[in-house]
Design a protein around this ligand. Sequence first.
Ligand code: NAP
Length: 279
Amino acid sequence: MSSKVVLITGTSSGIGLAAAVGAAKAGWRSVATLRDTSRADALRKAAADAGVELDIRQLDVTDPASVAAAIDGVINDHGRLDAVINNAGAGHLGTLENETVADVRQVMEVNFFGVLHVSKAALPHLRASGGRLITVTSVGGVVGQPFNEAYCAAKFAVEGYMESLAPVAAKLGVTVSVVEPGAVATEFVSNIGVDLEAEVAAAGPYADALQAYLDRTVSQFLSGAQSPAEAAESVLEALTADRPAFRIQTSDWARGFTGTKLTDLDGSAVLGLTNGWVG
Ligand code: NAP
């Protein structure tokens, strides 16, 4: 059994919940954080079902004081921090003319600056432990997708930041990885909190393209979504492999999709694909 300590953000549901329980099952002291600890029932039940203990703490990635309190608390109580899994994130549906710049800023706050708040607070402790900094991004952090401009921009930003940080952090003994899921059957889509019919009705000249995008996306989710536990296995690979890759896709589909982009020198392969998603 390892006595290593991992802190995971956004563990009320989905991939974060599965990763927190999976890390505990793998012998880690698993610090499962949530922005609202009154929403920990599913997490507690999953831990009890798996026969593991979690250290459940409050952490809102958009609130630096909350981040500092959580990390300081872990160091006080456990004396070390060996890994962070930046998992918290939130989707957003919209396109430039139909959203405000404030909407886009909010998407960046959660998905990009939230990752920076946690990573910056954790890094001195990860340097001390020779630890790992893992971030759940998305295939949308590699391939831009219609009506996901703000979300993909935030995830691209995280990927660019972490790819740039990786060699610097490695010099100081910290391993940096990003984990890229495709569709995963979690609360992610319902947590976006929009009425899809109302969105289409309000989309003006974008209505047909949005409807076509939604039809395609719903059928992709119904036919091909991974379970949160499957996606979390790739997060645990980043946590436990001797030499994890920098970029880890969670499925063959995600590998094929991101692979299209990574060899697409002039952009025609990706746009050839995504043009077809909007009718
Ligand atoms: P999820 O079930 O909606 O989980 C997202 C988690 O993030 C929730 O626990 C949520 O907490 C938390 N969160 C949101 N804002 C937060 C904040 N300000 N501070 C702390 N926690 C916050 O969705 P998921 O699919 O497991 O998402 C996990 C990660 O995978 C995200 O980074 C997402 O972008 C990425 N991803 C998901 C998919 C997919 O298809 N599901 C695909 C690619 C990438 P609350 O319960 O309080 O809202």
